[in-house]
Design a binder for this molecule. Structure first.
Ligand code: NAD
Length: 356
């Protein structure tokens, strides 16, 4: 598989988003986020999302260059309506309202609703951490048919509702948990199908609610469902993400009173916390580092190289991909070229930006 330098992928993504209607600042911000997801190893949330973004922009399901509106400001709670604006831009602007407030008050909750796909949630915990804040983010996904079954259920009732939380370390990355609440991401089922491989046992149900490891029906015909991770506990966390992000925010959940237009919208409730307000930030950082070292010193189980903290695999991927480039599947590039042609570019423009 061909590898591309991050700056070439960013130039390509920026050019495509500009042609699809985004202003220069928005296009650059979304492009940097997508390539950041690729660098972190999450190709399901990288430049492979561009064809869907372009399609949704063309169909009016996403709106370029929106100014997100603060619809409520209750001091400790700020509610921001993105009105289908580009997610990475909207989420950044919404968090910007909360950063200063969290510093002033010790904590602030920002609820972003009706946003286009916000991408890799870890990027927002990193953004908060770069401002010295710990954060937790509850996200749901709407405007899209459900694809994840609740524990014990036989069909899908919600989407892959990610949860993310991080405690910043002033001298390093700190621990950052960022995960879908489905056993595997939908993108991973698609990759398995394209390679003719089964998905792991327990990850998928067929259209009759029976376990299957064959992703064909889900990927080709949207039949069946992914399972929530971790049995009743993971399914419960997915429900809480849906309720916090979809109900508390004043946005919407996946319940059927709401029309679905086939795009991917996110609602996100973010809790921003200033360690200084809790006590001695240096002591907190020491405690977190000592705990992390203690966890990582656990002897590795057979077949495991080393014990990691959440966030370590992304750090390792960044190091490797920054040095060797980001692998992009030919099928993904083909879809990006098709999206380029749909917005009046030539397929060759994509290759030119990629340096081909
Ligand atoms: P994943 O399963 O690869 O990783 C989940 C978490 O586990 C990460 O924090 C990772 O650091 C940690 N981890 C992985 N391997 C580990 C190991 N061996 N030891 C210790 N920790 C380990 O991630 P995922 O659930 O497939 O999610 C992928 C991405 O998809 C995330 O960035 C998420 O935000 C994103 N996502 C976004 C949406 C959306 O609607 N915007 C929806 C779902 C998922």
């Amino acid at each position: 598989m061909e590898r591309y330098a991050a700056h070439a992928l960013e130039a390509m993504a920026t050019g495509l988003l500009r042609a699809a209607g985004c202003g220069a600042e928005e296009a650059a911000l979304v492009a940097a986020h997508l390539v950041g997801a690729n660098l972190a190893g999450h190709d399901s949330h990288g430049v492979g999302m561009l064809p869907a973004y372009v399609d949704h922009l063309r169909r009016g399901l996403y709106v370029a260059d929106r100014t997100p509106e603060v619809v409520r400001d209750a001091g400790a709670v700020i509610v921001v309506d993105a009105q289908r604006g580009m997610g990475q831009h909207m989420a950044r602007r919404a968090l910007d309202h909360g950063l200063a407030r969290a510093k002033e008050q010790g904590a602030c909750v920002v609820a972003l609703r009706e946003s286009a796909h916000v991408g890799r949630i870890g990027a927002y915990a990193e953004y908060c951490a770069a401002h010295g804040l710990a954060s937790a983010h509850f996200v749901n996904v709407v405007d899209h048919a459900p694809i994840v079954a609740p524990f014990g259920g036989g069909d899908a009732r919600f989407v892959t509702n990610p949860f993310c939380a991080a405690l910043p370390d002033p001298d390093g990355a700190g621990a950052l948990l960022d995960m879908a609440t489905s056993t595997i991401a939908l993108g991973k089922a698609r990759v398995a199908h394209n390679r003719g491989e089964p998905v792991p046992d327990g990850a998928l149900l067929d259209r009759d609610g029976r376990p299957t490891s064959d992703p064909e029906a889900l990927v080709e015909r949207h039949e069946g469902a992914l399972t929530a991770f971790g049995g009743h506990k993971g399914s419960g966390l997915a429900v809480i993400c849906e309720l916090f992000a979809g109900a508390l925010s004043g946005g919407r959940t996946s319940q059927p009173e709401h029309a679905r237009h086939g795009s991917i919208l996110n609602n996100m409730v973010s809790v921003l916390m200033d360690p200084d307000a809790f006590g001695d930030a240096a002591a907190i950082a020491h405690e977190a580092r000592a705990f992390g070292a203690y966890v990582k010193a656990s002897p590795a189980a057979p077949g495991v190289d080393a014990v990691c903290l959440p966030g370590d695999p992304e750090t390792a991927s960044r190091r490797e991909r920054a040095a060797r480039g980001v692998p992009v599947e030919p099928r993904t590039l083909e879809q990006i070229r098709e999206a380029a042609v749909a917005v009046g570019l030539a397929a060759a423009d994509i290759d030119r930006w990629l340096g081909g």
